[in-house]
Design a protein around this ligand. Sequence first.
Ligand SMILES: O=C([O-])CC(=O)C(=O)O
Ligand SMILES: [Mg+2]
Length: 387
Amino acid sequence: MRIVDVCEVTKPISSPIRNAYIDFSKMTASLVAVVTDVERDGRRVVGYGFNSNGRYGQGGLIRERFRDRILQADPQGVLDETGDNLCPHKLWAAMMANEKPGGHGERSVAVGTLDMAIWDATAKIAGKPLFRLLAERKGRTADPRVFVYAAGGYYYPGKDDGALRAEMRGYLDRGYTVVKMKIGGAPIDEDRRRIEAVLEEIGSQAQLAVDANGRFDLETGIAYARMLRQYPLFWYEEVGDPLDYALQAALSEFYPGPMATGENLFSHQDARNLLRYGGMRPDRDWLQFDCALSYGLVEYLRTLDVLQQFGWSPSRCIPHGGHQMSLNIAAGLGLGGNESYPDLFQPYGGFPDGVRVEGGYITMPELPGIGFEGKSDLIKVMRDLAE
Ligand SMILES: O=C([O-])CC(=O)C(=O)O
Ligand SMILES: [Mg+2]
């Protein structure tokens, strides 16, 4: 068996929304297919992947470097020990041949996208849901029930507090128990007003998380901490620059509640620096590393090893990105849950058709691979690429 082709297309996922740092008017994502010569149920096995929102499509890197390294690797040399399936770890090493360490930049996005497709193909060849395969390999029991929260609350032209409240009400009506909104894209008094409007809307039915998208310097981060700590928030997210670990550490003196960060750390080495120097508290804080932006699941497994070394439970991870890959990791390896964008970044985000949020949890269906075949709008664009 072998990989016979790797395809990439860069697709728009644009919308008029804005967070404290960027707008999404020109946002794109890479969609990739890893085509094998294996057949299952009368159909050629093709693995699919895509990168999460927030970083742009990686067609250049994928087509100029990583695709060729996969296709030029010795086909026998990238199989697992049985010889009957792909080995995602060996394929990862093939992709990263002749790459220097450090300076992770956005090649981690290109590799993460391909790694998703390789795991999808691997689990399909094994004939199981990825979360079951992962749990088996780790010798644990999978839990198909996964906590999810609704991310939104963006700045949007003409959006007033009424529209923000209606958006949050819509998430509660769909079964979510935690909702998230953006802060830091308006003056602090305006953000306070928005937060109070949402808190009034959700009452005791749900909790609110707020996300500053790395916008604040230490002084502003502290000013917001003083304001925010009066409210019972689920978390205060990505306060300052993602690589400013000293800022993150200083904040914990001013903010006793839970904080979250990590969506813009793209390697296990960066994750380790966050745990070494960021003052994160394993009893209450949350880690949001997103494998689709950070060299994929092969690297995420290394990140989970780092967590263990530092005494962190995988249940403190709730990844960024809202994709089914992280849902599988959560169900298979015991993460604390996953992000979800109920109204954004379609068709890539979300759940297989028919999956409903109940009391803040979804239940994973038993679909081979990552489960893209169960989401009709998504599998349609995927098959247009490679089948
Ligand atoms: O607005 C974004 O870039 C997405 C984000 O931070 C999140 O989902 O936490
Ligand atoms: Mg965020």
